[in-house]
Design a protein around this ligand. Structure first.
Ligand SMILES: [Zn+2]
Length: 167
């Protein structure tokens, strides 16, 4: 898969994102193409755009997230885009895959966004015990994930502290 380098408005390199994400940022006017693959075009939403190799954000984004992101419930919901890991519907709660009562901790890899219904149904069991399947694997957010989440236009107050917020 092709990766695109993302520069801050100040030209400082921030992260690499997938080509698809890069095109979305350009289409939303959140970034401009600084360098494209010569001769290559990509069709997106009925227009043809150059295939970006490097894009630059239109607005300066403060990105304090450099090291490991601190876990938070809010952070898990943002990471999972408020989508339930068990059914894909809107999630408002955070589920511990291995329940805390069984030694599961507050960590990125042990928690997923969940709708209240599935969280209640799973209760004090592991997904295997509850006969429930995870649609997505939990992951530790990278600087690129933080950046894309910060640019996604989410309500500012809902974003966890480790995300770089538009200045
Ligand atoms: Zn659900």
């Amino acid at each position: 898969m092709r990766e695109t380098l993302v520069l801050n408005a100040s030209f400082e390199p921030l992260a690499t994102v997938s080509l698809r994400r890069a095109v979305v940022l350009v289409m939303q006017d959140k970034a401009v193409v600084e360098q494209a693959h010569p001769g290559l075009r990509i069709r997106a939403a009925a227009v043809e755009v150059p295939v970006p190799r490097v894009i630059r954000l239109s607005r300066y984004v403060r990105v304090p997230f450099r090291r490991q992101a601190a876990w938070s419930r809010r952070g898990v919901l943002v990471r999972d885009q408020h989508r339930c890991a068990y059914c894909g519907r809107r999630a408002t709660t955070v589920d511990h895959i291995v329940p805390r009562s069984r030694g599961g901790g507050d960590s990125w890899l042990n928690t997923v966004a969940s709708c209240a219904e599935d969280n209640h149904r799973k209760a004090d069991r592991t997904p295997e015990q509850a006969g429930m399947r995870l649609l997505t694997r939990p992951f530790e957010p990278t600087p690129a994930d933080a950046l894309v989440a910060a640019l996604a236009g989410t309500v500012r107050e809902e974003l966890p502290d480790w995300l770089g917020l538009p200045a």
